[in-house]
Design a protein around this ligand. Sequence first.
Ligand code: BMA
Length: 315
Amino acid sequence: MAIRLRRYQGNPILLPTENKWENKAVYNCGATIFENRVLLLYRAQGEDNISRFGLAFSDDGYNIAERLTEPVFEPDPDTEYEKLGVEDPRISKIGDSYYITYTAASEYPELFSQKPEKRDGARIWRVRVSIAHTEGFKSFSRHGVIVSHIDSKDGVLFPGRVHGDMLLIHRIEPDIRMAVAEDINRFKERGPVFGPRPSSWDSKRVGSGAPPIKTPYGWVMIYHGVNSQDHYSLGLALLNLNDPLQVLYRSPSPILEPEEPYEKNGLVNNVVFTCGAVVKNDELLVYYGAADSVIGVASMPYSDLIDWAEEHSKK
Ligand code: BMA
């Protein structure tokens, strides 16, 4: 039987509130275990359409126990790269620090366009992978843009170093790529990891989801794929443990696709998009933005993921 995520019946678990900065949409959240709770760092949009990050906590992984009323991370007014917002945070623990990779959104200066086909009215969107880090989610140190020369998004760091290096997965359309760095200011491109597959659920473009999960059989990556109808679904890729540029297997069908009304209808229709997953009580909990409007959670027994990795590492 194909491996699938099961939606929580109480979805969506996080909705917009009346607070100005998050009264339009909450979606695409990073997730980690912090002080024995599930911490969700989520993307919020309010009436000004600027994306900021809010913070919420769950004790059981499903019900929200605490939620802050103010954003914890906002666009830095001192950089032109964040003028339109900070988007899609992913959290990776390396040493004692939590690294947050996110998309800095802005528009290209007038009369200059890297991609003329991306004109959206007068706006020409510019996206850059950026990094900040924190120890306690109260204050954040910013490193700024790390892939500076080209539009790139969906940045996520591997948890911990691999052969002494920090490994970054990011997406230059339409492929998932890897960059490595000994120190955070000097990422070097290693090249493409994988791209879209014709006639598949991920035929148009692919991008990272949650930070890769280390198993004895390889790194399991939950990633998103976009099909010819612009539907966003989630699937799995298995990467070689010692050389994660080597793809061992990719799921032929999605593990989650837009089916429920809250996934099919919203600010952007037919989207399930993850930035974070945790393992808690032997369950894999995947947090996802639905239709760019609300947040849901879906799960599978962690042992299913391990069995899947073991089976496909042998091929
Ligand atoms: C991607 C990202 C996500 C978003 C998705 C669907 O390109 O911008 O933030 O959830 O599109 O609109």
